[in-house]
Design a binder for this molecule. Structure first.
Ligand code: CIR
Length: 268
């Protein structure tokens, strides 16, 4: 039987226009349109078999909709991050309270910073972007929390974009979608790579839900490349959220439903 999924999401905040921006110029954001796109995104995930669990709204946190950055959820454990942008640190509390029902939790502590958008999980390997949001302490703390479960942590240099997953995401267990301008393909030895279409540099962020790839409809050239690989696409409209530098992975924390937490974890 295929696994069933939980997708934690959080409503778009009315303050979204005050979001953090690193590599994009600020432009007006239509919050109502962003909300509509977000609701449609939730419906697509639900249609693919995910149970949507909404975190309480955090209207004063402009970037709260981008829940991916607040945690790393593995089968065995969830790590609550310490986001790199100080303005985003308060977002983790509400998410941690929800996650505690699904996984044993560990939380990062200062001076570590790490955004979930920098963590690309491929089998038992966690590639972690060293970015403006994720520092070496964050990578070391993450490794200390996950190696005992048999994961290896591989730091990757990222340049020119916000997060590692702006530059590379998994289409299957053995195939990555990559923008080679932002992350060297040599960072992923032995793994097959599909490059984004050069006219669509922001197109490397795809969300895999089982065999289906949730993908922005505003990147048709790269979508054609994914389709040519024989993969099924679920297109979503997300250009309004993209103005806040968000992509399709960052609007959910998607993980296998393993039922409620049974035994406490003694910790590393
Ligand atoms: C930020 O700069 O933190 C938000 N405006 C965008 C975060 C996007 N997160 C992600 O791609 N994982």
């Amino acid at each position: 039987m295929p696994p069933s999924w939980i997708a934690i999401t959080r409503p778009v905040s009315p303050t979204l226009a005050g979001c953090e921006l690193t590599h994009r110029a600020r432009e007006p954001i239509d919050v109502e349109r962003a909300c509509e796109q977000h609701r449609a995104y939730e419906q697509v995930l639900a249609g693919l078999g995910a149970r949507i669990v909404r975190a309480p709204a955090a209207p004063d946190a402009p970037d709260a909709v981008f829940v991916e950055d607040t945690a790393i959820v593995l089968d065995e454990v969830a790590i609550v991050t310490r986001p790199g942008a100080a303005s985003r640190r308060a977002e983790t509390d509400g998410i941690a309270r929800l996650l505690a029902g699904f996984r044993n939790l560990h939380a990062m502590t200062p001076p570590a910073t790490l955004d979930g958008g920098d963590v690309l999980v491929l089998g038992r390997t966690l590639f972690v972007g060293r970015s403006s949001r994720t520092n070496d302490d964050g990578i070391v703390q993450l490794a200390a929390m996950v190696t005992r479960f048999g994961y290896r942590v591989v730091p990757v240099e990222v340049e020119g974009c916000l997060h590692l997953k702006s530059a590379a995401t998994a289409l299957t267990d053995h195939l990555l979608l990559v923008n080679p301008q932002w992350v060297p393909v040599t960072a992923f030895p032995g793994i097959e790579v599909e490059p984004v279409d050069p006219a669509e540099p922001d197109a490397a962020n795809a969300l895999r839900v089982g065999p289906t790839v949730v993908f922005p409809e505003h990147f048709p050239r790269t979508a054609a490349r994914i389709g040519a690989r024989g993969l099924k696409l679920a297109p979503v409209a997300c250009d309004e959220l993209a103005k806040a530098e968000g992509g399709v992975t960052c609007c959910s924390l998607l993980f296998a439903d393993r039922g409620p937490v049974r035994s406490p974890d003694p910790g590393p």
